[in-house]
Write a protein that binds this ligand. Sequence first.
Ligand SMILES: C[S@@+](CC[C@H](N)C(=O)[O-])C[C@H]1O[C@@H](n2cnc3c(N)ncnc32)[C@H](O)[C@@H]1O
Length: 259
Amino acid sequence: MGNFEFDGQKYKSASGHQKEWGTRIVAELSFTGAEAILDLGCGDGVLTKLLADLVPEGKVLGIDASVGMIETAKELEGHNLSFACQDINDMAFSNEFDLIFSNAALHWVRNHERLLHSCHIALKPGGVVRFNFAGDGNCSNFYEVIRKVMDHPTYSEYFKNFEWPWYMPRYNEYEELVKQYEFRESRVWEENADRNFSTKEDMVKWIDQPSIVPFLKFLPEEKKAGFRNEVVRKMIDITTQPDETCFETFRRINVFARK
Ligand SMILES: C[S@@+](CC[C@H](N)C(=O)[O-])C[C@H]1O[C@@H](n2cnc3c(N)ncnc32)[C@H](O)[C@@H]1O
């Protein structure tokens, strides 16, 4: 996984709700100002920069597997902030970080045994993991629609070897998993972040970047636009509310763990 290409500039303007969640989590953390921080799946780097501003004497590294995202993020690099194009699955840090942060990214990583193991090794003693990613029940409308369109005879042959791109566990299942690693303390909780996109255009931006990206990859060029338009049409059909906003379910898993 981690081999999907995103458009960093488009994501920047389509990611209002990811930024809302991330900004709130950053605001809840406390810093001395000298911490070493790793941001997993940093995307356009906007939240990574927010973290870097809070640790002027520290250092912050954002990693992401998408070249397009890292190109956009690199515009924000500074004296204590750098970005690298790297797959989370391949990370091999040891005893380096006070905080490993990740917002709206880890449902794209399927092997969380490996992830938690590498994070534990990457943390300094006393270091903290703070994740927010999608859990069970997330984007239920999008799931329903994309499955229907994938099953349509026009497209089904292209998805024969398709591997579902996301891991969205139940919070208690994840709680059990975290307990298997030697964290001194840990807390896993779920959050209902269902929301209404204020306009159809806002929802369509979110469909285009990032949600539909892993599905389009499996289609030949000439089928991509038709597939995308059908998903958009069906999503507008089933999510539009009487006040013209569009409703989608957003369920989050929150993780705090201290080494
Ligand atoms: C929805 S974006 C979130 C970006 C940012 N954290 C934010 O909150 O705005 C998810 C990001 O995770 C990255 N990603 C997914 N799988 C990855 C992997 N295996 N390794 C590195 N990055 C990955 C994607 O490239 C994408 O930029």
